[in-house]
Design a protein around this ligand. Structure first.
Ligand code: FES
Length: 374
């Protein structure tokens, strides 16, 4: 079986796509190596697209390319958080992940001058830049990327804003943005409380050695942070770390609505979506998808996620992770019912309002309408 191969930008250009489907070709302006296995990729934005690519701190970009495999060429997308302060050129931080062909391509092969297809900034992990606010940030590993953007933007917005940042990594040589964090600290002094925690390297004080798990967060918050003074909390990293941080913040009396979470990956196997459930094999539903004001009604199997099934006809439907994490495929059910299997992206109030992740949702009634424009 031939190995999958990321198509070069030239070959990607040969692919006949009906339209860029919301993606724009942006030229890579710079590739900075952050540590052994991570880079920051900055994109040039032509004047005509400045407004389209203006971003709020904490948002992400979705990149796409084409992959050659046994079954022919297929489209691959990945979302990467923006790690630049508001107002700067968009820059994403990318860490090479094992068997991650997409990240390998970005970390090892993309060079300044290359063109990459990028969709405009998205995501709601974004603070209001109000004066006098104190933001608490907890990040692990590459979870620092949106957090760096938030920290730099909050501190630059007003003279009286403050940031407390707890940042966990394995070893010193795996820390992304070491110098930029030090520069932020130098520029803003006591307005930035920066705490590094390392799990596989001894630190001067025992409290800074170990994983950012619930026990260590209890210690750090209890000893070093005026939790009551923090207005909003922003958590980014793997599921386990963010779940622990949520739990500990609740113990410290922080209201749930002040805690915001962005996942980088979910460290548990996804539920199998391709296998049909008993009783639904062969059954179909009339599913109407609405996107950009255009309605399309399709007869879709009840055993398949709406996104996967509808994409065969509506190639413009938005997605990135297809794992229930990023929220890009969010739509509102305006008729009928669906069964959503996994959700790490939507807040409770969004679910109550009828929003679902279409990559995780199968039709459950004879007719269903999902509206991506809501
Ligand atoms: S595509 Fe990411 S949650 Fe559905």
């Amino acid at each position: 079986m031939p190995a999958l191969e990321i198509a070069s930008p030239d070959r990607a250009d040969e692919v006949v796509t009906p339209a860029l489907g919301g993606f724009e070709r942006l030229r890579v302006a710079d590739v900075e190596r952050l540590c052994d296995d991570a880079v920051a990729v900055t994109f040039d934005v032509p004047d005509a697209l400045r407004e389209t690519f203006a971003f709020r701190p904490g948002q992400y970009l979705t990149l796409r390319t084409f992959v050659d495999g046994d079954a022919g060429r297929r489209e691959e997308r990945r979302s990467y958080s923006i790690c630049a302060p508001a107002g700067a050129l968009p820059r994403v931080g990318v860490r090479r992940v094992e068997t991650g062909l997409f990240s390998e391509w970005l970390v090892d092969r993309v060079r300044p001058g290359d063109e990459v297809e990028v969709s405009p900034p998205a995501g709601s992990f974004t603070p209001d830049l109000e004066p006098g606010t104190h933001h608490g940030l907890i990040a692990a590993g590459s979870g620092i990327t949106p957090v760096l953007s938030i920290a730099a933007s909050v501190l630059a917005a007003h003279d009286d804003t403050r940031v407390t940042l707890l940042y966990g990594n394995r070893r010193t040589d795996t820390v992304m943005f070491t110098e930029e964090l030090a520069d932020l600290k130098n520029a803003h002094g006591a307005r930035l409380q920066l705490v590094h925690v390392l799990s596989r390297e001894p630190m001067a004080a025992e409290i800074f050695s170990g994983r950012l798990d619930a026990a260590r967060l209890r210690l750090l918050l209890g000893a070093l942070v005026d939790v009551e003074d923090v207005d909003q909390w922003w958590l980014c990293g793997p599921l386990g770390m963010t779940a622990d941080a949520q739990e500990v913040l609740v113990e410290f009396g922080v209201p749930k609505q002040r805690v915001h979470r962005e996942l980088f990956y979910v460290d548990e196997p996804p539920p199998e979506l391709s296998r049909a459930e008993p009783g639904v094999q062969g059954e179909t539903s009339e599913v109407t998808v609405v996107l950009d004001g255009r309605s399309t009604t399709l007869t879709l199997p009840r055993g398949e996620a709406i996104l996967d099934a509808a994409q065969k006809v509506r190639g413009d439907l938005p997605f990135a992770c297809k794992g229930g994490v990023c929220g890009t495929c969010r739509a509102r059910v305006t008729d009928g019912e669906v069964r959503m299997r996994r959700n790490y992206a939507l807040e409770d109030d969004e679910v109550e309002a009828g929003f679902v992740l279409t990559c995780q949702s199968r039709p459950a009634t004879g007719t269903v309408t999902v509206d991506y424009d809501s």
